[in-house]
Design a protein around this ligand. Sequence first.
Ligand SMILES: [Zn+2]
Length: 320
Amino acid sequence: MAFSNSSLVSCTRISPNKNVGRTHSIDTVTIHCVVGQTSAESLGAFFADPDLEASSNYGVGYDGKIGLYVEEKDRSWCTSSSANDNRAVTIEVASDTYAPYKITDAAYSSLVQLLADICRRNGIAALSWSASRDDRLSHRVNMTAHRDYANKSCPGDYIYEREAQIAAEVNRLLGTNGAAAPAARQDTSGGSSDIKEVQSWLNGYGFALEVDGVYGYYTRTALTKALQKELNNKYGAGLVVDGIYGSCTAGAVRNLYNGCVSKPVKVLQGLLICNGCDTGGLDGIFGAKTEAAVRAYQSKKGLCVDGIAGRETFRALCCG
Ligand SMILES: [Zn+2]
């Protein structure tokens, strides 16, 4: 995983309070409140003190200016949880010093822009929030909260009550709708061995999926990325591998039908298996069973039932 930092940053002051490197890829964001209407510069000066033993990846000042204090490649000391901070990009936002720790409109709109930028660069297709602490702690959603890990009110009720709205605004910028986002890990009872096979195969691409047989947000995003990679490999499509099935990816999809043998067929089979269809295997060979699976899926989704997997079938599979 190649890490980068946001180009929206206008002030950089790298904090000594961090671990160099991460033990997990970035798949989560955690928004915090500063408890003070500070600027990005003064927050950087605050985190520059090694005795503080605290930091965040980014900060958003009261005026909307954005600071970088811990590069995304490194783990910040922000959320009272090593496990969370190893996978999350953490953002401190200037806020009032009193409940509900309101943030300014300028800070809010910069926060939304920064989050969309973080998602784009890290292959996060959409943000999702849940009011259930359990969903957040188990990473069924990809927005977490400091108050879940420590006896704190952070991020303050002002932000906390707007997390879903923030996710919706970010997803609008990303061109994905909230329905495409997590919350959707439907059945967690044991999972399916066929889906586990798909997840193990996807991890061969370098993903770090939990092989749990549960088809959720991360597995679907990994499948879309695998599709993009294979379209690049086979057809030189030149797609950005971002896990978002947009117009460029749709434009690069070729029709797959009985008799085709290719890596894109294998991705198709992975998508079908995760959607509960029996393809007769995960082997990259489009045979009678894979055709039957395509037909069954097209019928279920109200698509033209022709047994040929093209743009619309892939769109339905990749966008849920
Ligand atoms: Zn916090």
